[in-house]
Each structure stands twice: as structure tokens, then as C-alpha cells.
Write a protein that binds this ligand. Structure first.
Ligand SMILES: NC(=O)c1ccc[n+]([C@@H]2O[C@H](COP(=O)([O-])OP(=O)(O)OC[C@H]3O[C@@H](n4cnc5c(N)ncnc54)[C@H](OP(=O)(O)O)[C@@H]3O)[C@@H](O)[C@H]2O)c1
Length: 238
């Protein structure tokens, strides 16, 4: 994580009004960050800190497919957390397929590429970071075919593009197990606890941040990323 002891971090989070988005905003506020809440919904987001005082945040409306509009805003951002997502559960219609791919995978990938372009222009500032919330569904069943497909696509795209993107950005992959939210009302973990663990591992300087009760993920996810890195590295043309 960039050194928080110098200037305050500016952190932007997509899916900010969701359970994990709000929990991350609170945790970053606790570390003195300036907050930008990127929301596709129009409902005003108001969060209170532990002292009961409102947490200052800049709420910005955005839409999937219109990521380019965010370019001027991203100039100010030190840490972009790509966190928005949907789960259509058993819906396998053409519409559900399109929205799952667009929201969970393609818009996240476009934001990632856009932020890398913006980060390349930074001079005299801390290295920009992007945290991509792919989910344990990258490698484990999630009882939701389109959720798995779209999150796996995002994870694969991140692995494919990581060597080039890492020239401009510090990349961190968030691989999370089930936590309670609108997306997963029966998750076993609490979003606030998950957010705390994410920031703890970022402070340990981890690039692969895993928070899950499933021990297999701690074994399989590093192997999967290593395998992809080797495969893409062998086939990549300069
Ligand atoms: N819950 C779990 O068990 C679990 C496990 C692993 C990973 N994850 C991942 O964690 C992230 C956060 O999920 P959550 O559990 O906190 O769910 P959540 O409470 O439902 O939050 C997801 C947020 O994504 C944004 N969003 C929804 N539809 C969107 C759309 N069409 N376009 C753009 N943004 C949209 C919304 O926030 P705004 O209105 O503010 O944009 C929504 O509140 C997701 O990427 C999810 O896949 C969740």
C-alpha cells in the first residue's frame, strides 16, 4: 500500500453503495483517506463514522459502458478499487449473459486499462494502485454459472494483462469467499470484517489478497495465477 504517512491517499471505489463498498469506505476513512464513491445507482450515499459524524466523501455517478467519462476524475486517484458486481444466480438468458459479462468482467477490464493510461501520465506522485475484486468464483463453484463465467473471465484478463499493466500500476487481486450482502444474503463472513482483512493484507504488501474460510482457495489460487503467468509468458509475443 502506498505510504499513508505522507499526503492522504485518494481512494475511489466502484460498487461503493454495496456491502463491501461501504465497509471499505469506512476502513479507508479510518486510515485518513480521501474518498470517492463511484455509484451506478442515484441514491445519495451517507455513511457515519465510529464517532457518529458523517464521513466526507465525493459521490460520483457512473454507468457501465461509459467508463471513459471517468478519465479526468481518475487523474486524482491513488487507489482504484474495482468492486462492482452482480449475481444473476440461475438466470441463463441472453440478457443475463450480456449484463453479467458487461458488469462483472468487461467494464472492470475497461476501467483497469483506462486507469493504467491515466497512471502512466503521473509524475512526482506515489505509484497508483488498482485493486480488482474478482472473487473466489474465479476458481471455485459459486452456485451461479454466469457469476462464475464472468468472474473467471475477469481473473483471466487480469492475468493476461498484468505484465503490461504493472509497468504503470501496482495491481492487487482480491479473492474473497462468501460474505453477507445483497449479492449473497447467505454469506458466512461479514463485509466489515472482510474489508478489515483486505486492508491488513494490503498493508502486508500482498498482491494476491485472499479472504475466505475455504482453505483450498489459499492453495489453488496462487497455483492458478502462477500457471497462467507461465502460460501467458510462454506464448506472449513482444
Ligand atoms: N458477497 C459475496 O459473497 C462476494 C464474494 C466474493 C466476491 N464478491 C464480490 O464483491 C463485490 C461487492 O459485492 P457485494 O457482495 O458487496 O454486493 P452488493 O452489496 O450487491 O454490492 C454490489 C454493488 O455493485 C454495484 N452494481 C450493481 N449493479 C451494477 C451495475 N449494473 N453497474 C455498475 N455497478 C453495479 C452496486 O453499487 P453502486 O450502486 O454503488 O454502483 C452494488 O451495490 C462484487 O464484485 C462481488 O462479486 C462478493
Amino acid at each position: 500500500m502506498p505510504d499513508p504517512s505522507s499526503a492522504p491517499l485518494t481512494v475511489a471505489i466502484t460498487g461503493a453503495s454495496g456491502a463491501l463498498g461501504q465497509a471499505l469506505l469506512r476502513r479507508f476513512h479510518g486510515r485518513g483517506a480521501q474518498l470517492i464513491a463511484l455509484c451506478h445507482g442515484r441514491t445519495p450515499l451517507q455513511l457515519d463514522g465510529p464517532d457518529g459524524q458523517p464521513i466526507p466523501l465525493h459521490q460520483v455517478h457512473w454507468q457501465v459502458g461509459e467508463e471513459a467519462v471517468l478519465e479526468p476524475l481518475l487523474e486524482q486517484v491513488d487507489v482504484l478499487v474495482i468492486n462492482h458486481g452482480i449475481n444473476v444466480h440461475g438466470d441463463c438468458s441472453a440478457e443475463a449473459t450480456g449484463s453479467s459479462l458487461e458488469v462483472n468482467a468487461l467494464s472492470a477490464w475497461r476501467l483497469l486499462e483506462l486507469f493504467a493510461v491515466v497512471a502512466q501520465r503521473r509524475e512526482g506522485r506515489r505509484r497508483a494502485e488498482v485493486w480488482v475484486n474478482t472473487s473466489e468464483a474465479e476458481i471455485q463453484p459459486a452456485v451461479s454459472p454466469l457469476y462464475e463465467i464472468s468472474k473467471r473471465l475477469l481473473g483471466q484478463l487480469l492475468s493476461l494483462r498484468a505484465p503490461e499493466l504493472a509497468q504503470a500500476l501496482r495491481l492487487r487481486r482480491l479473492v474473497l469467499g462468501p460474505f453477507r450482502s445483497a449479492l449473497n444474503p447467505v454469506g458466512v463472513m461479514g463485509a466489515d470484517w472482510v474489508a478489515g482483512e483486505i486492508l491488513r493484507q494490503a498493508e502486508w504488501n500482498c498482491s494476491l489478497i485472499i479472504v475466505t474460510p475455504n482453505p483450498l482457495t489459499y492453495l489453488l489460487m496462487p497455483l492458478a495465477t502462477l500457471g497462467r503467468w507461465a502460460y501467458v509468458g510462454l506464448l506472449r509475443r513482444s
